[in-house]
Design a protein around this ligand. Sequence first.
Ligand code: ZN
Length: 554
Amino acid sequence: MRGIAGAGQNDRAILLTGQDGRSMQSYGNHFVIISSRVGWSYCGPNAMGNKKSNETYEQLCRHAREVAILSATQSLLGWDERTMLPASGGDYRAEQMSYLAGLIHRKQTAPEVGEWLSELASSELAADPASESGADIVNLRRDFDRKTKLPQALVEELAKLSVLGQQAWVEARKANDFERFRPVLERTIALKREEAAAVGYEGELYDALLDEFEPGAKTAEVAKALTGLREQLVPLVAAIAQSSRRPNMELLKGRFPIALQDQFGRRCAAAIGFDFAKGRLDTTNHPFCAGLGPCDVRLTTRYDERFLPGSLFSTLHEAGHGIYDQGLPRERYGLPTGEAVSLGIHESQSRMWENFVGRSRAFWQHFFPLAQQTFGEALGRVSLDEFYFAINDVRPSLIRTESDEVTYNLHVLVRFELELALLHGDLPVRELPGAWHAKYREYLGIESPTDADGVLQDVHWSSGAFGYFPTYSLGNLYAAQFFEQAGRDLGDLDAMFARGEFMPLREWLRTRIHSEGRRYPAAKLGLRVTGQPLSHDALIRHLRRKFTPLYGLK
Ligand code: ZN
């Protein structure tokens, strides 16, 4: 789960974190930057190891924590770039960040790290991979191998191509001209195939790329869950599209003064358990969350005076990421056992608070009176049910980042299936726009009139982030499974939300998920928490339960 270059969708695209930065980001509407944890204490002597291996383990931990200090600094520069940096400061910021990325890479791939890891592999400290030391050693080994297996020339060309790719993508998108992007995309795909070969895989090339973002995940398992999801979603979306019931969207487009949106968003984020003494909320173009230290988690959002849901649900989403970061074991900061598991698990936390909680009727039973009081002019005459329906509007649309809870996963599926076909060589790049349109027709029943709003809408492929898209849907699948289990364990969650009680859920997540760090890979963590393997069933149950009454479906 290590860094990729990302530049969001702005034209002043700079490298935020190099391929080697110990951080990761999601793209588009919501970003998450997870830096490594900077620690305060040493690992401490371990009763299990002998003196020599204890010393080596401490050396390894100290080194990992130093890398985390550099990474958190790099993430802070990235946060600043997106929130505060004056327009002409970009060039020097890119230099700073690229210098740090190089420094971090050299530290992470230093030969002594490999020697320490080899020595520790046979020690008592590594015997149980689910112990703190065992999990640290296993994960650091994995990260070290991934980085050192890539030839320097390939790393450099990928980094260069990601900058060029993003520039070509910005131009192509502006001109609505896929051909301008095609050559660099072809080269990127060739290099990603080389990267997969260098990292190594058994049978499925895509496994090697997916592993960067979702460690340990296998393409076949992900494809099985996502295909199952598609089979259920396509008819559900069609049924909703045919329903005569429609929410009145105009009621969300009144006047919502920005200062009041900010105030209201903070109330909601604090209520669900984001600790503002250990975090901040600021404004940006493309919302993201950045964990910058054990007690420093930055949320960002954006405001539109004429549309409340934009800022509100971004704030809840990013607060979900932030609550996860704040719940990681502070004393393990900088070590794998103090880090988030994967992008999919991170996204499960944000999606749960945004959709399963924030878009539930129960949440608004509690918050709607305050919303009416705050935005009297816009919401004074609106009923709770009208508002609840409007914030749960479902309709097939062209843009992934603006899509609703039901259609969202179909957007992700289109990208997952296409990138698999591109990497397997089953789909020539020149045929990509046509294949894109065909899948949108098939899954969502619509077609984009342009490539700018079609195949060119996301930044991911331009920066070489192949294997990233499915983690968005994995987040939704895990969120549904966790939420269902939380309901079993805690009782009537809706009744709690309606009373404004959100701490029982946050504490449940903290105990079962956040406090575990990277002790277990995502699939194993999911199994431990829910007793079930990854599946689409819980998500489909949730969507049917929610949208059948709203749209009067059978
Ligand atoms: Zn997110």
